[in-house]
Design a protein. Structure first.
Lengths: 129, 342
């Protein structure tokens, strides 16, 4: 009996360790949050949130491209974020440049089941697809 | 490997968006032998039936490989022959985005129906052509030459600043860095690509330095187009900086004109910068393609033939031109590239 309890305890401990080691896929909200964090802090990492299958992926990798879309010197934030299927809509604020401009993300899942961004439109202008 | 075929049936996905905003993709309907699919991140996997080849991606066939793709908008088809590289790219001309179906190496046949909106452009590393209701085959030679043969329809091909129109059963050869040659009658028989490319190899080996100079000329053309855009981009950046400052002044003053100024002046400047950046990257990636598939092949051909006599005069002359190309490439093109491109 004691031996059986020890075995069960060992299995439970192993399961606990394994649960901690399993990486859950990135959700839509997490992807958008990571994207905005990179927009504000590190343009060279913005591309990591994008779908490699999108048309402009290769062109949009450089940080210099995101310096154009999100010029440095502003603090960018989203409000009123809503998700319908694979489309995320929000209001983008960024000083006098984007005073609540409409921003639309189209999301897709990569092979790891992580959500990534396949297109971005700001004020009806497509900057990534 | 046993050939596999899928009869392509069912509704084609048409996004309903303006074709100018939606690039075209291609679905794989047939593969046999060894066929690779390189995505925009540079990772290559085996191409399977049903796989979608998106803009920025390539299909690479080995000596036993064949693949057939269909554009997802319309009924146009693309056949990638053995030892070939097909690339689906995009470029912007006058603010209008167009898909470019490119034969980077080997032989690629394309058949187009009339498409809703903009037809794609076709081409190779040294020329681009507009097609309409056309069946065309493109052969890309190891020396950077292109042979374009039209089976049906019409093609307008541009290279070296000159344009030639091809009708059914006409073909033209374009050498790198030069205007199209004289067009000639082509009776619809498939060109024996191996024999044609052997001829290109023979021409190359007869004058390797001369062939490399022609490639240098072609790459210089792309580079010059790219370099011409850089100051434009810098100017747009300066204009944007001034406009952004003016916008801030109007906004801080709660001036009612700020909204119109933002939409009419500031946003177009952001869009112009983005378009210029896209075009700069297009030219840089075109040079990368020539460097990788044409010049790289030339270098391997020469190196493998002169491993035991590196002092050979022809080899030395070729290396001189090669070094010159690589120096220019590293100085002007590499700064426009990122790790994922290479």
């Amino acid at each position: 009996m004691k031996r059986a309890l020890l075995i069960i305890a060992a299995i439970a401990a192993l399961y606990l360790v394994m649960s901690c080691a399993i990486v859950k896929p990135v959700t839509i909200d997490e992807c958008i949050s990571n994207f905005m964090s990179d927009v504000n802090n590190d343009h060279s990492s913005v591309y990591k949130n994008l779908s490699t299958s999108s048309v402009k992926y290769a062109q949009a990798v450089p940080a210099a491209y995101w310096d154009i879309v999100f010029p440095p010197g502003y603090s960018y934030a989203l409000s009123g974020q809503s998700t319908a299927g694979s489309t995320v809509t929000a209001s983008l604020s960024g000083g006098s440049l984007y005073p609540g401009s409409n921003i639309v993300f189209t999301m897709t899942q990569n092979l790891d089941k992580d959500y990534v961004i396949s297109s971005i439109t700001i004020a009806s202008i497509s900057y990534f697809n | 490997m046993k050939a596999r075929r899928l009869t392509f049936a069912g509704a084609l996905l048409f996004a309903g968006l303006c074709p100018l905003l939606q690039a075209q993709n291609a679905e794989t309907v047939f593969t046999s032998g060894t066929v690779g699919h390189k995505n925009a991140a540079g990772k290559t996997v085996s191409l399977e039936i049903g796989d979608l080849v998106r803009t920025g991606e390539s299909v690479i066939t080995k000596s036993d490989g064949n693949a057939e793709l269909q554009l997802t908008t319309g009924k146009s088809s693309i056949k990638v022959k053995p030892n070939s590289v097909f690339m689906l790219t995009e470029r912007s001309v006058g603010g209008v985005k167009q898909t470019v179906l490119q034969a980077a190496a080997g032989s690629v046949s394309m058949k187009f129906e009339k498409l809703a909106g903009k037809e794609p452009l076709v081409g190779s590393s040294n020329c681009v052509a507009g097609v309409r209701g056309t069946e065309v085959t493109i052969y890309a030679g190891m020396d950077g030459s292109t042979l374009m043969a039209v089976s049906s329809g019409a093609v307008e091909l541009e290279s070296g600043g000159s344009t030639v129109s091809l009708s059914a059963n006409e073909a033209v050869e374009v050498k790198p860095g030069q205007a199209p040659g004289q067009k000639f009658a082509w009776l619809g028989k498939e060109v024996d690509y191996s024999k044609w490319n052997e001829g290109k190899l023979a021409d190359f080996l007869a004058d390797p330095a001369g062939s490399a100079r022609k490639v240098r000329e072609q790459m210089a053309g792309y580079r010059d187009s790219m370099l011409a855009l850089l100051p434009e981009l810098e100017k747009k950046k300066a204009d944007f900086a001034a406009a952004a400052a003016e916008l801030k002044r109007l906004s801080d003053a709660k001036d009612q004109r700020s909204e119109d100024y933002r939409a009419g002046t500031v946003f177009p400047l952001i869009q112009d910068q983005a378009t210029l950046f896209l075009n700069i990257r297009y030219y840089a990636l075109s040079v990368l393609s020539m460097r990788r598939f044409v010049l790289g092949d030339m270098y391997m051909q020469m190196r493998s033939r002169h491993m035991l006599d590196p002092g050979n005069q022809q080899y030395s002359d070729f290396l001189g031109v090669y070094a010159d190309i690589v120096t220019a490439y590293e100085a002007s093109i590499v700064p426009q590239l990122v790790d994922a491109d290479i």
